[in-house]
Design a protein around this ligand. Structure first.
Ligand code: NA7
Length: 522
């Protein structure tokens, strides 16, 4: 069956939640892009008993949280769209943050998602009481669900640098994901630590407005120019009148990014060399001063760290008020940053563009699976999942954008949608066969991850000679090492042999009952 075409919900006369004559109760954690897509797709598939928990007061996830100047998406808008809500009205080929946030909110409203979200309600604890999950919110409310879907996103926990004296700084200081809009940076001496995608966009946007921009670079980055275009009204009209053009455009960008950038990162040396040439040409064209250019030239291969798509950084860093500092930071004092060469850089404001904890996923929510297994301990700083969506020992717990899924220069919306379809296939299986729980088999999980582990050395993330946030405590990149199209094909047709398909009797036999469980099922 095509995973995108679902039959309406029907009740089989078997065991499990289906037998009770009810729909499964499903908790979705997170009202960002993945959470919105999950609600829309689950409903379309006939699963309507849905509750979304959101820690903040609005939908949008990363697009709600990140509000820094210059914020934009480096994946083309026509692909960075929900397949069920293509948008003829995108204003730019690469959308800016506020427009994407507005699109997220509009989609959530149009598809009736917003009204089932419990806002300002962080989930602090999830405990498996087979076959249900006990969900506890920060304010102490407890509810039991048949299914939990974690849609918390990947990069949401800001990483703060461990630099001597950081906390003593007396000027304005904030992480890029917690932008302080009350601070007017106009004319100020601004420092920024980090030169990733976020920093590049900020530097490109604000350098001409601030007094001085001090960029503290630990590692230079490869940058591809971003071919930005503003769409004309006539083009939007055409897209609206001929929706197949939107689908064509979606597919065009999908193919272009996967065939070039993804192919390069997973081992196509020719394409990789071509990307490096593009970056070098961009750098040469953008930075005339050989000394500055040398400082901005990475000593590792393009694609090893996530490629930056940005055309505003080089014009900004070459401005007279911009200063690229490559000496290591020695310490931070109340008024300045001192570098190891002994120089003192006085600052009014300090921006921490130091990225995120990529190993958090749903953590710090405490997740306890079968027999008391703790998810944080199970991952131990190197998160792994079966097909990026589930873990052995955590039945009926599914992740969207979980560990080892394809990320990088691609539309995560597409990946999320396939993962949600896959999860729906699992629910259909439960419904059709009256199952009480599903979890991946330990051996299937191990074999899947072993296969990835063996392929990883061929990727540029492992062989490119760099350190990056892709590499976790295991010392290897925590990424899908094949072409994303392979992942999507595999996700299209689940192999149920990889899973423990459990009936209620089996669960009662292996899960220790708790007092609360006794109450719930009394
Ligand atoms: P990134 O890509 O993780 O970049 C973080 C930057 O901060 C990077 O340049 C780091 O240098 C630098 N950094 C981190 N810690 C320190 C310390 N202690 N001292 C100096 N410099 C430091 O985060 P972004 O927010 O730019 O991008 C995150 C993702 O968001 C991006 O990949 C897209 O998917 C969207 P390093 O390179 O480690 O030497």
């Amino acid at each position: 069956m095509n995973a995108h075409d679902r039959t309406p919900f029907s009740l089989p006369q078997q065991t499990g939640w289906a037998k009770s004559g009810k729909q499964p109760s499903i908790a979705i954690i997170g009202a960002g892009m993945s959470g919105i897509a999950a609600v829309v797709k689950l409903r379309k598939a006939g699963y309507a008993n849905l509750t979304v928990y959101e820690k903040a007061d609005r939908v949008g996830g990363t697009w709600r949280e990140n509000q820094y100047p210059g914020l934009s998406c480096d994946v083309p808008s026509r692909w960075y769209s929900f397949s069920f809500a293509l948008n003829p009205d995108w204003n730019y080929r690469y959308s800016y943050g506020p427009e994407i946030q507005a699109y997220m909110e509009k989609t959530a409203n149009d598809f009736g998602v917003t009204n089932i979200v419990k806002f300002n309600t962080p989930v602090v604890d999830l405990t498996y009481e087979g076959p249900k999950w006990r969900l506890t919110t920060e304010n102490g409310d407890i509810t039991h669900y048949d299914i939990v879907i974690s849609a918390t996103g990947v990069l949401h926990k800001p990483a703060h640098p461990n630099i001597d004296g950081l906390e003593t700084f007396k000027g304005h200081m904030f992480h890029t994901a917690r932008w302080d809009h009350s601070v007017d940076l106009k004319g100020k001496r601004v420092g920024i630590i980090g030169t990733g995608s976020t920093a590049a966009q900020i530097i490109g946007d604000i350098t001409d407005k601030v007094g001085a921009m001090h960029v503290f670079q630990r590692t230079p980055r490869w940058m591809v120019p971003l071919p930005q275009t503003k769409y004309k009204a006539a083009w939007k009209w055409l897209m609206r009148k001929l929706p197949f053009l939107q689908r064509r455009a979606y597919q065009f960008y999908f193919d272009a990014m996967v065939n070039h950038f993804s192919a390069a990162t997973v081992g196509n040396q020719k394409k990789l060399a071509r990307i490096q040439q593009i970056c070098l040409r961009h750098l040469k064209k953008g930075v005339a001063d050989p000394e500055l250019r040398a400082k901005l030239t990475p000593d590792y291969k393009a694609g090893c760290k996530r490629l930056i798509f940005c055309s505003t950084f080089y014009p900004a860093i070459t401005r007279p008020n911009a200063h690229l500092i490559t000496d290591r930071i020695a310490r931070i004092t109340p008024t300045d940053i001192e570098t190891e060469d002994g120089k003192v850089h006085e600052l009014d404001a300090l921006i921490l563009a130091t990225g995120f904890d990529p190993t958090a996923f749903i953590l710090p929510t405490k997740v306890t699976g079968e027999n008391g297994a703790d998810l944080g301990t199970f991952w131990n700083g190197a998160p792994r999942a079966h097909r990026a969506v589930s873990m052995p020992g955590f039945p009926n717990f599914w992740m969207v954008e979980g560990p080892t899924g394809p990320v990088g220069n691609l539309s995560l919306i597409t990946i999320s949608e396939y993962q949600i379809d896959y999860i729906i296939s699992m629910l259909d299986k439960m419904r059709d066969e009256g199952l009480a729980a599903i979890a991946p088999r330990q051996e299937a999980f191990a074999a899947y991850n072993q296969q990835m582990q063996e392929r990883v050395p061929e990727t540029i993330w492992a062989s490119g000679g760099c350190d990056s946030w892709y590499i976790d405590k295991s010392g290897t990149p925590n990424l899908y090492p094949f072409l994303p199209t392979k992942y999507l094909e595999d996700m299209h047709a689940p192999n149920f042999g990889e899973y423990r398909l459990m009936r209620e009797e089996e669960i009662a036999n292996c899960i220790p009952a708790t007092e609360e469980k006794a109450l719930v099922y009394a």
